[in-house]
Design a protein around this ligand. Sequence first.
Ligand code: FES
Length: 210
Amino acid sequence: MKNCSPEDCPCRATGPLNRSRRALLKLGLLTAISSPCGVFSTAIAASKPEKMRPQPGDKLVFAFGDREGQLIQSEDIKLDAKPVEAYPKFVADNAENSIVRDRSRLNMVLVMRLSTDSLNDAMKQNVSDGLVAYSAVCTHTGCTVEGWDADNKQMICPCHGSLYDATNSANVVKGPAPKPLAMLPLRLEAGHLTVAEKFSRKVGFQQQRY
Ligand code: FES
């Protein structure tokens, strides 16, 4: 049996059941959920536009909820509030050619607004209007990092309790996560959250050997 690709395995998705179900439906994989994980390894190759990693110029859209698929505007992201889950979208002149890159879970990001004063020096240089985006995929074994400690500005992985410091380049405060989350630099274009550069590092996780 093939193993899952360590980067793209959607088996690692966590969160409310309806959300996971919807994500799997998007991936066209719900009927294969009981199949060996290896099914996914060839199904998820980041070669198609909807699977490609975020590209400069992409806009961010809501990943879930009532506004799923809608462009995120600056005022949608409140200071110190729980991060918003988002996907990048290539916006073409012709709407029919626009593509949400939601066919790889590795493209999901957590978007938040933080006080610029609270950021480390490296981030201050790269952050626009306090808007910060990180990969939502835990670097331990790939769960979705969906918890938020507003007091300490830490992102929490629910699977094994890893903590990432949002104000300090998502460095690991508490493991077992082995490395920081990748950052996705943003800029504002006509009030829309726009990808400024590619991910700062490889996203995803490496399979653990125990
Ligand atoms: S997968 Fe996140 S702490 Fe283990």
